[in-house]
Design a protein around this ligand. Structure first.
Ligand code: UD1
Length: 431
């Protein structure tokens, strides 16, 4: 299993190209199931999760082709990929495939909308809480699906003439995935659907814009009420994946932690205003530059700031671990409260191995900043937690080795290359 070795202490100077967003690319790829035409997606990041979803979609009959291997955009390796689901050959998404990645459960929406039936294994993914699928089931039932859960599979059938029926559905809790799925399903349903308390994440907007380009009638994406007027069929389209706001925030925090001056090329401030404001309060300078964001911290200490994770536009849960990494070396105490997932503090014990002082009180971590971290072997536990260990390692004295980096490969394109390009001592040790 590969490991990442970091020798801390170097400032970061230079430019880091931001890749296409994993969390936007995955639902966009799944949207290709909605049409027999070709959906061309630009700026698709080269990540393990994307490759895995290509395999899952292939099982349903989606062909894909890559235009010019490793097409360069912002000097990243994100690619343009054509997806064509001429025919759906299988409406079952089996356990062996779905258990590897939670987002693959989302195929349930398009399969059900296009074929009138779907049989999808209950999902896997990062172990950051129970992550049930009740909202998907309730929401699809509201759109006229009959649903059974049997033997670890969710079996869904459209009740009337193989077609879903528009309806009003109020999410009892904000869910990004359930919003994606209901928006896709409602696009091909008969009549109007109104989704209330919908997720407002930029990835939802990115998906809505793609569906609109495919002929869907969707209004209000990016607000908490989304209205969808179902159409008979959708066509192909060409659409661009937005830059990864979590990757952007992660590197911004890496610069804040290690010190230095870096331009995040292609990063968009509007996609993560809240997190960048918080970083500003820590004493990090954030400025908008042409085609990117400049992040600087030179010589000044890190001020402690309290954060509470919230759905967009609040502070993202996907940056919580990284921010905790930064706070471990702040000049005082900070409180970090996780409200989205109930088990997202697995990085705490690993950060402690580097000398961090963190105590947990329920869903809140109290971080008492230390003046020095010391390198140690640590274990990556989930995608975002692992990168918080990398951030801490960049500032720790001596050598940090992060084990189980396959978690990082799921969501960060060329991480070691991007950081070493800015002067960090970081390398992958393959075994
Ligand atoms: C997506 C992101 C993930 C991010 C999360 C929250 C992708 C591929 N993943 O995950 O990186 O951390 O949004 O911003 O885009 N819930 C239920 N019942 C359901 C569905 C969700 O209770 O049926 C709960 C979850 O357990 C969680 C909360 O709702 O506590 C939010 O989860 P959700 O927004 O659905 O996360 P994902 O879409 O899985």
């Amino acid at each position: 299993m590969d490991r990442i070795r970091i020798v801390g202490g170097n400032h970061l100077e230079g430019r880091i190209p931001i890749s296409g967003a994993k969390n936007a690319a995955l639902p966009l790829m799944i949207a290709s199931l909605l049409t027999d035409d070709t959906l061309t997606l630009e700026n698709v990041p080269h990540l393990a999760d994307v490759e895995q979803l290509i395999r899952i979609l292939g099982n349903h009959g989606v062909d894909y082709s890559v235009n010019g291997r490793r097409e360069r955009q912002h000097e990243g390796y994100s690619r343009t990929i054509n997806f064509t689901a001429r025919q759906i050959v299988d409406t079952t998404a089996p356990y062996e495939l779905v258990s590897k990645m939670r987002a693959s459960f989302w195929v349930i929406g398009p399969l059900l909308a296009r074929m009138g039936e779907a049989r999808v294994s209950l999902p896997g993914g990062c172990a950051i809480g129970t992550r049930p699928v009740d909202l998907f089931i309730d929401g699809l039932q509201a759109l006229g699906a009959d649903i059974d859960v049997d033997n670890g599979y969710v079996i869904a059938k459209a009740k009337t003439n193989n077609r879903l029926q528009g309806n009003r559905y109020v999410f009892p809790k904000v869910s990004v995935g359930a919003t994606h799925v209901l928006m896709m399903a409602a696009s091909l349903a008969r009549g109007e659907t109104v989704l209330e308390n919908a997720a407002r994440e930029p990835e939802v907007v990115n998906l809505a814009e793609c569906l609109i380009a495919m002929g869907a009638k969707i209004y209000g994406a990016g607000t908490s009420t989304i209205t969808i007027q179902g159409v008979e069929a959708l066509s192909g389209a060409r659409h661009q994946v937005i830059p990864d706001r979590i990757e952007t925030g992660t590197y911004a925090m890496a610069v804040a932690m290690a010190g230095g001056d870096v331009v995040l090329e292609g990063g968009r401030i509007d996609l993560l205003e809240n997190a960048l404001n918080v970083l500003g309060q820590t004493g990090t300078e954030i400025t908008s530059v042409e085609n990117g964001i400049r992040v600087r911290r030179n010589g000044v200490g890190i001020d402690p700031v309290d954060v509470v994770t919230e759905p967009f536009p609040g502070f993202p849960t996907d940056l919580q671990a990284q921010f905790m990494g930064l706070m471990t070396m702040a000049k005082g105490k900070s409180k970090i409260t996780e409200t989205i997932f109930e088990n997202r503090f697995m990085h705490v014990q690993e950060l402690a191995r580097l000398g961090a002082r963190i105590t947990l009180a329920g869903q809140t971590a109290i971080v008492d900043g230390v003046t020095k971290l010391k390198g140690a072997p640590v274990m990556a536990t989930d995608l975002r937690a692992s990168v918080s260990l990398v951030i801490a390692g960049l500032a720790a004295e001596g050598e940090t080795v992060v084990n189980r980096v396959y978690h990082l490969d799921r969501g960060f394109e060329r991480l070691e290359e991007k950081l070493s390009g800015c002067g960090a001592i970081i390398e992958r040790i393959s075994s």
